[in-house]
Design a protein around this ligand. Structure first.
Ligand code: ZN
Length: 433
């Protein structure tokens, strides 16, 4: 068996901290790939012909691929897909509110948030801002913004004022109980806009719109007496994003391989993938069509390429929780630091089938990495991934797999420090398939 390599998990902590929003995740992935020799492509211009290592980034999405000298117009792809977004609190368009002498920010709940996990944490803000022309910019520009200072807090109600919490549990109203406090005084219309303007060093009047969200400012780290675990936000699904990106970046560009290796990072998985940068958009269809056309192929080559393509839909898996073991399927227990997890669901919440599962399992074998197989209890509703949407949108075989974790969708998640390195090794073997 391949020995564990916790250095991958340690680097993952840095990647996660560099990626508080999907936009930052895609930009950070681009940085890693460009440093490895990948060239950004402008989708608005003709596709570059001939071999090369290329990428494009759009908002919170990124697609990167290697076109080798040995690849023809009908050569399929080996694609690892993942998502850059995570559940969190997002700032409303008119966020400046106040209550009982406290200044607060109006927020919307994004995705399936474990609401309690955002209480009593030091929160920062990140995302992107659109600016009107000015300061030498002739047109509208969009800039990333990131505030790692702990400027927000959602304080929990004291137990003395909430005695029924023991008998009834914590019930949080999304509209009333999640607005972070960030100052004292009356409502101050424009305060949030001025904060963004100061961060970006522009006039507040230039700010047109924003996609800005909260993040936990505590750094990610390895924890446990032997650093066996990863404590971090957004393990779902930045762990998959960066295992895939690091693996693609490290491939020898000159080595011959039977298929074109690629990474596809999508936004908006946590809200159903239906957006221009989500997995329901035809981004991979575009990759296939334009690559085939640039290689001189037509419709027949396009369909041959599609039939020769396999996608690993990489996303977090549920490890068996020690305090809630009965919530898990008893014959499919999943442990952390026991290898990547193949995820199966007969109702197609995961896209794996016998044929695509075999692709993943043989990659584990070639990488000499242990694996596990997850299936949900059949009396509990199963989560989903970009897998089924990708399979239906692109018309290709997809297998769902990922590293096991606890506390999925908490502001702070928990995984094993051996699994990211093993998963990356399996993805490297998949790329050579
Ligand atoms: Zn996920």
């Amino acid at each position: 068996m391949r020995p564990p390599d916790p250095a991958v998990a340690r680097r993952l902590c840095g990647h996660i901290d560099a990626s508080p929003s999907p936009y930052h995740a895609a930009a950070h992935a681009e940085e890693i790939l460009v440093a490895a020799g990948f060239t950004p492509v402008d989708r608005r211009r003709p596709w570059p012909p001939g071999p090369g290592r290329r990428l494009w980034r759009e908002g919170g999405a990124l697609v990167a691929w290697i076109d080798g000298p040995d690849h023809g117009p009908a050569t399929g792809f080996r694609i690892v897909g993942a998502h850059t977004d995570s559940p969190n609190l997002r700032v409303k368009p008119r966020p400046d509110t106040a209550s009982a002498g406290w200044r607060q920010l109006g927020v919307e709940v994004y995705g399936g948030v474990l609401l309690n996990s955002w209480l009593d944490r030091d929160l920062g803000l990140s995302g992107r801002v659109s600016l009107a022309p000015g300061d030498g910019d002739p047109g509208v520009t969009t800039r990333l913004v990131r505030i790692d200072r702990p400027i927000l807090r959602v304080p929990q109600l004291a137990i003395h004022l909430h005695r029924e919490i023991d008998s009834e549990g914590l019930k949080l109203d999304r509209q009333r109980h999640l607005a972070p406090v960030w100052g004292l005084g009356a409502g101050d219309e424009g305060a949030f806009r001025r904060l963004l303007a100061a961060e970006l060093d522009v006039d507040p009047g230039r700010i047109l719109a924003w996609d800005v969200m909260t993040h936990d400012t505590a750094p990610s780290r390895l924890v446990g007496p032997d650093e066996e675990f990863v404590s971090a936000p957004r393990i779902d699904n930045l762990a998959s994003c960066f295992c895939a990106v690091e693996t693609l970046a490290a491939l020898d560009p000159d080595a011959p391989r039977p298929h074109r290796p690629a990474v596809a990072l999508f936004d908006h998985e946590e809200v159903g993938s239906v957006s221009a940068t989500g997995a329901a958009a035809p981004l991979l269809v575009e990759l296939l069509e334009r690559t085939v056309a640039a290689a001189g192929g037509g419709t027949d080559e396009l369909h041959r390429t599609r039939a020769d393509t396999v996608v690993v839909s990489a996303d977090g898996a549920h490890a068996t929780h020690p305090n809630y073991a009965e919530r898990h399927e008893p014959e499919h227990r999943i442990a952390v630091n026991a290898g990547p997890v193949l995820k199966v669901n007969a109702n197609q919440r995961y896209a794996s089938d016998a044929v695509t599962s075999a692709v993943f399992l043989t990659a584990c074998e070639r990488a000499d990495v242990p694996h596990q197989v997850f299936v949900n209890r059949t009396d509990l509703a199963c989560g989903s991934t970009i897998g089924p949407t990708t399979a239906a949108t692109v018309g290709v075989g997809v297998v769902d797999a990922g590293i096991p974790q606890l506390a999925m969708h908490s502001a702070r998640e928990f995984a094993g420090s051996h699994d990211p390195g093993w998963f990356a090794a399996v993805l490297a073997a998949f790329y050579e398939d």
